[in-house]
Write a protein that binds this ligand. Structure first.
Ligand SMILES: [Zn+2]
Length: 332
């Protein structure tokens, strides 16, 4: 049987169809509707799963279920997503699993987007050779996850918030409202705020010109990469600062957990790739208590598909035996 996975993001919805070995057989990627509220987003997810199935020459009868990785707070039992600030007009607590199950007629497995992305890297990506790893995903914010003995360590539910490890007491303002967190230095949103602040103080950069030329309203990962390629001074400085913060946070985490690998993912992490991971490792080593046993620091291997693939992996956990799913298939 196949499994479907959906990565629900603020700008795009990525769906994949995977076989039992985790091989991607089909996929679909569409922009997240920005002006139709949560109902529009859910309808787009349904359409995206159907389109991914079509690209795999498969139907809903072939899938065990659909895994969904979503931002914000997930209530697995109620099937709801709350506090998803990145999703357009996503107010309060929104039922997601129920409406999707009704529309698709298969079991739905809801999980946190970063956690499924980390598990995908652990089971199918850069972390595959290791039984322990730390995932650090740099995108709009900085998320993460801890894998110990091939399983995600959840603590009391919120473990893995590497983005809010303090790297500088009373340091830069973090989007979480506190100061000096890793995310305040290595999250794209905070880095853009800092770039705008420097421009307001008379500093020059090509970042915003590149952004406009690309037709973007935000300084995306591609904009950062392009500015770096053009040797933009401010972009270089701010990426250097992110590397410094990521090195410090990784070192503290490694001293605490002694994991075999650190996997750098997320939009920005994937875009900057192996050279970025190598620089983070170099920044980390001076702070390690056992530098001779420094872990691998690797760029995430699954790229944009990782979140959706990890969501699909979730399906195996809860799906009851065939004939017992209690849901009527509406159509193929
Ligand atoms: Zn923070």
């Amino acid at each position: 049987m196949l499994r479907a996975g959906v990565d629900l993001g603020g700008t795009k919805i990525q769906s994949v169809i995977v076989d039992p070995e985790g091989e991607v057989l089909g996929q679909d990627r569409i922009p997240t509707p920005q002006d139709q509220g949560s109902a529009g987003v859910i309808a787009a997810m349904v359409a995206s799963v159907r389109s991914a199935l079509a690209s795999a020459n498969a139907s809903l009868d072939d899938v065990l279920g659909v895994g969904v990785g979503a931002p914000g707070q997930i209530d697995h039992d109620d099937g709801t997503v709350s506090h998803a600030g990145n999703l357009p007009d996503w107010l309060g607590t929104v039922p997601v699993a129920g409406p999707l199950r009704e529309a698709l007629g298969v079991p739905i497995e809801l999980a946190n987007d970063v956690q499924v992305g980390v598990m995908a890297e652990s089971q199918l990506g850069a972390g595959r050779p290791y039984s322990s790893m730390l995932g650090i995903f740099c995108g709009t914010g900085v998320g993460g996850g801890i894998v110990i003995n091939d399983a995600l360590w959840l603590g009391r539910g919120a473990a893995g918030e590497v983005g809010h490890m303090v790297v500088m007491p009373d340091g830069a303002l973090c989007p979480c409202g506190r100061r000096g967190c890793l995310e305040a230095y290595a999250g794209r949103a905070a880095m853009e705020v800092e770039a705008r602040r420097r421009v307001d103080h008379g500093k020059h950069t090509k970042l915003f010109t590149i952004m406009q030329k690309k037709g973007r309203s935000r300084v995306s990962s591609g904009v950062w990469a392009k500015a770096l390629a053009k040797n933009d001074h401010m972009a270089t400085e701010l990426i250097d600062r992110a590397v410094w913060a990521l090195g410090l946070a990784s070192a503290s985490a490694v001293n605490l957990l002694d994991v075999e690998a650190v996997v750098i993912g997320g939009g920005l992490g994937c875009r900057l790739g192996t050279p970025f991971a190598d620089r983070i490792r170099a920044a980390m080593i001076p702070h390690l208590i056992l530098p001779e046993k420094a872990p691998q620091v690797l760029s995430a291997a699954l790229g944009d598909l990782g979140g959706a693939m990890g969501a699909a992996l979730r399906v195996q956990h809860t799906v009851p035996p065939p004939g017992n799913i209690g849901v009527v298939h509406e159509e193929d």
